[in-house]
Ligand binder design. Structure first.
Ligand code: SAH
Ligand code: SF4
Ligand code: F3S
Length: 473
């Protein structure tokens, strides 16, 4: 039954882009029932916690946030707390033993059940839980599209749920279930709705998008990309994550063929040692990985390649770790995420012997990140003096007229249109006109002037004077 009164909602998201996507869907789903978002849990009638179980630290964050909610709830007993996501799926009703303040627990494939669970908790006054691993299309959350004009420049679209790979360290197949693909028709309709709302860039999400197989005709991932590329009004397409073992010729060729497909691939390697890769159950060797990187660069010479690493996997020796550094040296990634190995309940590696001393693992992590910082800084420095196309995400800082966006690769670019003093001198019309050029979703050509470890800075190329274009044509 839709609510007519206005209640307040706060969604707290921990974890990967899939959780961010789920959080956005939940917000729109509950907006239809009269909930409006507020900035923090203190003033919320309902708090939804979107949880992550990938490493122990992520799980600890969940329980410390629930501790904070318990204290708030003592002051405001009417507040409701709902917990979804990967810890909800993993722990189920056990969550309430550690966090009795929780009213509703919903699993990773039970998001559509949330409104009903909230109603039942309210009517009965008793906690509710739904953890069913809904099969097929029911595994995906379905919320109404955003209002016209209300969309951001860039949005996520989950196209697959689950994972069938069972890497030895990973909890995802246990908490997100077996692979299932969203049919291409619903994916395209969702993207068209986003574009109508103002979105110009979509990032397609799945744990292993190469395994995408949707609809009656068995549309594969390169075909889906081609169909998304044809959506009018959309400017850029990104996707994540690709498993190196499944990276196909068809996908590599797409980078050269599809004009909207950004020149970036996130291709997690995890380790540069064959022995470690085999124990991780990654199903590729160091050589296969390097061959795929070379093939990608053949298809798309300026492709940005980023990766994930786990250091201190059980049994990883110093020599194994040196192999990881030498792979990084050979590939020269554009960016990496790296993590200390963390035992996960139910994952086979939790039972492996020869655990690495956490202090040694942290030292390796630091060496790895320092190495990458040097590479990224060098790569960024090589871009100084070049002009790049930036898709504007929005203002970089609230106080200064500085904007932020990304290149067609994956670099973050901050730029300031005019020296601030000149902006101050402009009349309102000129200023509004200038700001309009840099609205989220606009494409701007930016001359890169300075390079840092995590970003670039530049200034927009001067605009053609009004009317100049028609003279030139
Ligand atoms: N599906 C993606 C990654 C999902 S998890 C893939 O196949 O690569 C994101 C990253 O978290 C992984 O790439 C891995 O580097 C890291 N990770 C996963 N489980 C971990 C664990 N138990 N300890 C430390 N890092 C882990
Ligand atoms: Fe986890 Fe491996 Fe699946 Fe990625 S591919 S989600 S690391 S099991
Ligand atoms: Fe975390 Fe679940 Fe994503 S475990 S990384 S939120 S799939």
């Amino acid at each position: 039954m839709p609510m007519t009164d206005s209640r307040t909602l706060y969604i707290h998201t921990i974890g990967c882009q899939m959780n961010v996507y789920d959080g956005e869907q939940i917000e729109r789903m509950l907006a239809g029932r009269g909930y409006r978002p507020v900035a923090g849990p203190e003033s919320a009638d309902l708090v939804v916690v979107n949880t992550c179980a990938i490493r122990e630290k992520a799980e600890q964050k969940v329980f410390s946030f629930l501790g904070r909610l318990a204290r708030l709830k003592r002051e405001r007993p009417g507040m409701m707390v709902a917990v979804g996501g990967c810890v909800a799926q993993q722990e189920g009703e056990k969550i309430r033993k550690r966090a009795p303040c929780v009213d509703v627990i919903f699993g990773t494939r039970s998001i559509n059940a949330l409104p009903g669970l909230l109603d039942a908790a309210e009517v009965t006054g008793r906690p509710q839980a739904e953890l069913a691993m809904s099969p097929g299309e029911a595994a995906f959350v379905t919320a109404r599209p955003p209002e016209a004009g209300a969309g951001p420049a860039s949005a996520f679209v989950t196209i697959m749920q689950g994972c069938d790979n069972f890497c030895a360290y990973c909890v995802v197949p246990r908490v997100r279930g077996r692979e299932v693909s969203k049919p291409p028709e619903s994916t395209l309709a969702e993207i068209e709705n986003l574009v109508a709302a103002g979105v110009r860039e979509v990032t397609l999400l799945g744990q292993n998008v190469n395994a995408y197989c949707g609809g009656a005709g068995g549309c594969d991932f390169p075909e889906l990309l081609a169909r998304v590329n044809a959506v009018e009004g959309l400017r850029r397409i990104r996707f994540t994550t690709s498993h190196p073992k499944d990276l196909s010729e068809g996908l590599m060729a797409a980078f050269g063929r599809l004009d909207k497909l950004c020149h970036h691939i996130h291709l997690p390697v995890q380790s540069g040692s064959d022995a470690v890769l085999a124990r991780m159950n990654r199903k590729y060797s160091r050589q296969i990985y390097m061959d795929r990187v070379a093939a990608l660069r053949d298809h798309c010479p300026d492709i940005a390649i980023t990766s994930d690493f786990i250091v201190g996997f059980p049994g990883e020796s110093e020599a194994d770790f040196e192999q990881t550094l030498s792979l990084m040296d050979a590939v020269r990634f554009d960016g990496v995420f790296a993590f200390n190995y963390s035992d996960r309940p139910g994952a086979p590696a939790a039972r492996f012997r020869n655990k690495v001393d956490p202090a040694a693992s942290s030292r390796r992590l630091e060496r790895l990140l320092n190495f990458q910082k040097t590479v990224t800084t060098e790569k960024h420095a090589a871009m100084v003096g070049k002009v790049v196309e930036v898709l504007v995400d929005g203002p970089a800082r609230k106080s200064a007229p500085q904007f932020t966006g990304r290149t067609f690769g994956n670099a973050i670019v901050n730029f300031t249109p005019e020296p601030a003093d000149r902006m101050d001198q402009m009349d309102l019309m000129d200023r509004t006109d200038l700001m309009d050029q840099f609205r989220p979703g606009r494409r701007v050509r930016v001359l890169i002037e300075a390079a840092f470890a995590h970003s670039l800075r530049g200034k927009p190329e001067p605009r053609e004077a009004k009317g100049e274009k028609s003279h030139a044509a």
